[in-house]
Design a binder for this molecule. Sequence first.
Ligand code: ACO
Length: 332
Amino acid sequence: MSVGIVGVGSYLPHKILTNFDLEKMVDTSNEWIRTRTGISERRIVDDDVNISDIAVEAAKKALLNAGLEIKDIDLIILATCSPEMVMPSTSCLVQKKLGAKTIPAFDMLAGCTGLIYAITTGAQFIETGMYKKVLVIGADALSRHLDWTDRATCVLFGDGAGAVVLGEVEDGYGILSNYLAATGAGAELLRIPAGGSGMPATEESFEKKLHCIQMSGGEVFKFASRALPQATKAVLKRANLTLADVKYIIPHQANIRILETAAKKLGVDFNKLIKNIDKYGNTSTASIAIALDELQRANKIHEGDILLLVGFGAGLTWGANVIKWGGNKKNR
Ligand code: ACO
């Protein structure tokens, strides 16, 4: 059986935080942020909005795009790095808000590679015949975990959500190969140390800002610049394809210079890599789905196009999917 993406949607909060706004908050400059990261602005959720809210908005759009309703969905997997709370899972909050009664729902914690892990996992449920339609969401509000006095991290991230619906497609279409990897040896390079059972919230953890993102930027940069090309090559090999077959590489949007370095290593035209980091910053698990949705809405993806989705993030984790777009009789 072939499993593919039969619907896609995304949601960005309306509030825009520009580099010029950040100049007034922290010792940085538009020039530094633009040249070092490629980011001009990012979206930030309002105080009364949670990630389950933005996840629901993205999910509704993906369902609409698929021509489906929530009653048609058998399973929800929500990838995130900023769950609404430790317990229950954010996916259960989303399930309720979408009006689903008892379908299973679980969170996928795989850093910014979460969407790739979730697509790969969701597809297995369909391939085994256990479920027919799976809703996969990537949603993050990492603005809630930023130390707004730490210029090395607070300029990088933005909030957003993206979603895809997975379902059976015609033979030869859909997901052609998957590649997943992780190395806990790099766990300390990118983390939010407090808030879990290892370091519950205390006055001290609050004062030391241990609920905020800590990152060894240079090390993560080196890792990402290696992981992206490696996952790209590995997933293409599994699909028995080459870069020449790929219409678009849709990478996780973390830093434009990571994408430039990866494109050079791969020897691929930079235009083949989809970029929207200038508008949204790093939206973590949402970035790939947001970029995919924008491409589709711009009518830039056509039946039979080969897309390569590739991510990397905390864990450390990395992974990729190769997808032959289309083959969905009902929807396209
Ligand atoms: N504004 C101005 N100056 C800054 C800022 C800022 N916002 N941030 C850092 N600097 C300064 C530093 O203090 C340093 O100054 P110094 O030389 O006087 O000590 C100088 O700029 C250079 O700092 P570097 O850290 O060497 O800058 P670099 O070019 O490496 O860029 C960055 C830093 C953007 C964080 C880069 O390392 C990076 O993008 N790393 C990867 C980040 C990433 O991808 N994270 C997420 C991946 S996974 C996920 O998505 C969860």
